[in-house]
Design a protein. Structure first.
Length: 566
């Protein structure tokens, strides 16, 4: 036994580690208390820097201590010469690098580094850019470093073109670099803006070359999502320009309704939105179609009594939005009960970007390439989804049947996201139905038996008088349905509806059919009480019809309903 090294038992080792932790904890607590005492006493000196350094060196996520260090340096800015301050802050940068080695994704450390450079008399931004390059080589998806890099680029006035070249270099070495793809999407509109189209879009010639770059990426690794996401961004369209897309006036309802191209916020008596009637300004109060809608594409005002005279009179209405930058006007002619003026939506550009001949040719080539890849990778969900998006970009109606078939294949390939695909499919189905309605110049929309799971683009249906939503998978009629201010007949049979929240404040609604749904309580029908013209209601096949005193309670809630089918 002599000469042998005595081995400690597991219990002895654990005890030693416990004592060591307690010792370190006591030191840390003492240093923390000393820091707090100094801060409370406004003692801002180098000892405070040393105490906080001891703590932050092991735990760089102690935000209060970073705040204390900044307070000390702010004090030094008043007390010390620029040369001394420069030396102290350079030393601080070295300390921060050691903190980043402990935790390269520390919020406090990255923020403090940017603060130090902004307060340094002579910052070396070129060195910071090189540091970002090195750290991104170690972890190309460190979004803290990417955010810091954008700060450095803005401070050092590095051109967007140089940064675009930098993203190309990273992408070329690793197609899976999602952060570089994303950064590239923010740079392209600035380096190569499309001056002929909306702000935020890329020049078409450059856009076409980007397709080749990203195509090389997903053919190299079809299962990597980074390039596919970027490709989806390339296929996207800019936000629609903010305009008044439709102005509607009702003589009978004594009201005016505006439909904007995108949701906006209008104050009740807004100076931004001015109504002129017969060339004279009129003060009105604006409201949304439903109390839950605050930021909405649809705004309504009730016209003061006497604004619209008898049917033999003619009136002009004009809207000024944003100091007259956006205008829309219409005339309510003699003998007319309603009138409207809107943007023409009779072409397919309502839900997609305008395509030049060159871009259409390239996109058709892209579709052929993706179809070829899908034959080699039949269960690749990214490829399937991209084929659908390409078809939508090229010809939504022409590829309608093919798109629906690809959705079936897509759901089978990725059943975990089938609900998302169902909603996306519903969105495209509704878009196509609206396009067909516009081509036919009708005010009737038929969405029955289309497996719709959610409702979209209801702001485009302001003028619709009859909508059929029967035989779908709708669980609710959302608040957006209240945008159908001209709706007279609603059919929503054979769904899974549990309420009718969206049927609120519809002034012309006369007939509602909710046969074979899941409405269980009289209270679930409360929104219908705000529809003054409702006279026909079909609730056959709903649990509510089996409740006690159903008909008497419904008569109290909806006294105007004369024809109840239950």
């Amino acid at each position: 036994m002599h000469g042998r090294l005595k081995l400690k038992t597991t219990e002895e080792q654990a005890e030693e580690k416990r004592k060591e932790r307690e010792k370190k904890m006591k030191i840390a607590i003492a240093a923390r208390d000393a820091c707090f005492e100094k801060r409370n006493s406004s003692v801002l000196d180098e000892e405070g820097l040393e105490l906080t350094k001891q703590l932050l060196g092991g735990n760089p996520d102690f935000a209060t201590l970073w705040n204390f260090r900044r307070e000390i340096f702010q004090h030094f800015e008043k007390e010390k010469s620029p040369e001394v301050l420069q030396a102290l802050l350079e030393k601080e940068l070295s300390f921060l690098e050691s903190c980043l080695r402990v935790n390269p994704k520390s919020y406090g450390t990255w923020y403090h580094r940017g603060w130090v450079l902004d307060h340094m008399p002579s910052p070396d931004w070129a060195r910071e850019l090189e540091l970002c390059n090195k750290l991104l080589q170690l972890d190309e998806r460190n979004f803290h470093c990417w955010d810091y890099r954008r700060l450095v680029v803005s401070r050092s006035q590095v051109s967007c073109s140089e940064e675009l070249d930098f993203t190309f270099k990273l992408i070329s070495s690793n197609f899976s670099n999602y952060s570089s793809w994303h950064y590239r999407s923010t740079l392209l509109p600035r380096v190569h803006p499309d001056t002929c189209q909306q702000a935020g879009r890329v020049h078409e010639g450059v856009l076409l070359t980007e397709y080749e770059l990203v195509r090389n990426a997903f053919f190299t690794d079809p299962n990597d999502q980074s390039a596919w996401f970027y490709y989806r961004w390339l296929l996207g369209r800019a936000d629609r320009e903010e305009t008044v897309s439709c102005l509607y006036v009702s003589r009978e309802g004594q009201r005016l309704v505006l439909s904007f191209s995108r949701p906006v916020n209008v104050l009740s008596a807004s100076a931004e939105l001015v109504l002129f009637v017969d060339s004279l300004p009129l003060m009105v109060k604006w409201r949304t179609a439903h109390p839950k809608l605050k930021h909405s594409a649809l705004w309504i005002c009730d016209l003061p009594p006497g604004t619209i005279n008898e049917a033999c009179s003619e009136h002009s209405f004009k809207i000024h939005w944003r100091d007259g930058v956006v205008q829309r006007e219409c005339v309510l002619y003699r003998g007319r009960s309603e009138s409207w003026c809107r943007d023409s939506a009779t072409d397919q550009q309502l839900f997609r970007s305008d395509l030049s001949v060159e871009k259409s040719t390239v996109l058709q080539s892209e579709l052929d390439s993706c179809t070829q890849l899908q034959e080699m990778e039949p269960e690749n969900k990214w490829c399937l989804l991209t084929i659908i998006l390409l078809m939508r970009a090229l010809d939504p109606l022409g590829y309608e049947k093919d798109t629906l078939q690809y959705f079936k294949t897509l759901k089978a390939a990725d059943p975990m996201r089938s609900a998302y695909f169902d909603d996306l499919r519903s969105k495209f189905v509704i878009e196509n139905s609206i396009l067909k309605m516009e081509y036919a110049e009708t005010r009737v929309v038929d969405l029955s038996k289309k497996d719709v799971t959610a409702l979209y683009h209801l702001d485009q249906l302001l003028l619709v008088t009859h909508i059929n939503l029967s035989s779908n998978w709708l669980q609710s009629l959302t608040a957006q349905l209240s945008m159908l201010q001209c709706l007279e007949v609603l059919e929503a049979d054979d769904n899974v509806l549990e309420g009718v929240e969206g049927l609120c404040g519809l002034p012309r609604l006369e007939e509602v059919s909710l046969r074979n749904n899941r409405i269980a309580k009289i209270a679930d029908l409360q929104p219908l009480a705000s529809c003054p013209k409702l006279t026909i209601l079909n609730l056959q096949g709903n649990p509510v019809t089996e409740t006690t005193d159903f008909q008497s309670e419904l008569a109290l809630l909806l006294p105007g309903v004369k024809d109840l089918i239950a």
